[in-house]
Ligand binder design. Structure first.
Ligand SMILES: *Cc1c(COP(=O)(O)O)cnc(C)c1O
Length: 297
C-alpha cells in the first residue's frame, strides 16, 4: 500500500478538552497502516540527499520492532534504492512482523549482537562500501529535523498556543521547534527514563533563525518505567481513548504523550484559553510486540 499524505487530518479531542483548554490532534498515523508518520517525514530529506548523491544503498540501524527501519524499507522501495538494515540482536528463528514487513519491501537485514550494536560507528566503518548512504538510528540529525518541520506545513497550525509531541531522540521535536510560529510553545513528552540530555541533543539540531525560535520544554515524568515499558493502566487508557474518540495509539510513544497531556490539563499546567495541537506521530505497528488481542484496534 502506498503512503497517502492526503489522509492526514486534524481531529478535535473532546474528552481531553477541559479546564478551558482546547485539544486537537494531527493524525499523521493515517498516512499508512504500518508506516509511522513522523518516521516518514524524517526520512524525506535524507532520501533527497541520497538521490542527489546517486547513492546505491540506504543503510540504517534499528531494533526488531523499529518504526524507522520499516519506514526506510518502504521509502527505499518507492525511490528504487535498495536498503540494508543493521538490526539489534541475534537473528531469531521467528522474525518479528516488523522485520518481515521490512523484508517484504526488499530490505536486506543484517543482525548484529547487542554488544556490537552499541558501537554503530564501528559497524559503519567496517561495513561501508562506496555508494552507501548511512542514515542515523531513528533518523536523528539535522536533515531528520528538517523533514519533521514540514509536519507543521500540512495545515495552517499557526493558531495553536502549544504544539505537543512524544520525544525519543528529539529529532521530531527539533523539527517542530524550527517549523512552529512565535510565540507558540513546543512541549515534548520524553518516553525514555531520565533522558535529561535530550534538551542538549535537541539544541544541537537547532539552527539559528532571524526572529529567534519558539521556547520548548521536555517533560520527564511519563515514561511508565522506560522505553517500551508499560503498565496495565496505560493499556486501559488506550482502550478508553479508542472507545471514546476513535483514536488508536501505540504504547511506546503516542499513548504516553496523550496520557501525559490529559494529566497535565487536569493539573492546570496550561493557562485557560490554551489551544493545544497534539502530534499523532503514528507508530501503531509497534503494538504488534504486545500479547495478541490485548487492544481493540
Ligand atoms: C520515533 C517516534 C517518535 C519519536 O521521534 P523522535 O524524533 O525520535 O523524538 C514518536 N512517535 C513515534 C510513533 C515514533 O515512531
Amino acid at each position: 500500500m502506498l503512503i497517502n499524505i492526503e489522509n492526514i487530518h486534524i481531529q478535535s479531542v473532546k474528552t481531553l478538552s477541559s479546564n478551558d483548554v482546547h485539544t486537537d490532534i494531527l493524525r499523521l498515523d493515517l498516512i499508512h497502516p504500518v508506516i509511522s508518520g513522523n518516521k516518514w517525514f524524517k526520512i524525506q530529506h535524507y532520501l533527497k540527499e541520497a538521490i542527489a548523491l546517486k547513492s546505491t544503498r540506504l543503510v540504517s540501524f534499528g531494533g526488531a520492532y523499529s518504526n524507522h527501519i520499516v519506514a526506510l524499507a518502504l521509502a527505499g522501495q518507492q525511490a528504487g534504492i535498495p536498503t540494508i538494515g543493521f538490526i539489534r540482536g541475534d537473528i531469531q528463528t521467528d522474525l518479528s512482523p516488523t522485520m518481515q514487513e521490512a523484508m517484504s519491501y526488499g530490505m536486506e537485514l543484517r543482525f548484529v549482537s547487542r554488544a556490537e550494536y552499541r558501537l554503530k560507528d564501528q559497524i559503519q566503518a567496517s561495513h561501508h562500501q562506496s555508494g552507501w548512504y548511512w542514515i542515523p538510528e531513528g533518523g536523528y540529525g539535522i536533515l531528520g529535523a528538517k523533514g519533521a518541520a514540514d509536519i507543521l506545513r500540512i495545515y495552517d497550525t499557526s493558531s495553536y498556543s502549544h504544539i505537543i509531541c512524544a520525544t525519543g531522540t528529539g529529532t521530531m521535536m527539533a523539527g517542530l521547534i524550527q517549523g512552529a510560529y512565535l510565540p507558540q510553545q513546543i512541549l515534548g513528552i520524553s518516553v525514555l527514563k531520565n533522558h535529561h540530555s535530550i534538551t542538549q541533543e535537541i539544541q544541537t539540531l537547532l539552527q539559528e533563525q532571524e526572529n529567534g525560535l519558539p521556547t520548548f520544554q521536555c517533560i520527564h515524568g511519563y515514561h511508565w518505567g522506560g522505553y517500551a515499558k508499560y503498565q496495565p493502566d496505560l493499556l486501559s487508557f488506550m482502550q478508553d481513548l479508542w472507545h471514546k474518540e476513535h483514536i488508536p495509539t501505540d504504547f511506546v510513544y503516542t499513548a504516553k504523550m496523550i496520557y501525559a497531556i490529559k494529566d497535565l490539563i487536569q493539573k492546570h499546567h496550561f493557562a485557560p484559553g490554551s489551544s493545544l495541537l497534539l502530534i499523532h506521530s503514528g507508530g501503531l505497528q509497534g503494538n504488534r510486540s504486545l500479547p495478541p488481542h490485548i487492544l481493540p484496534f
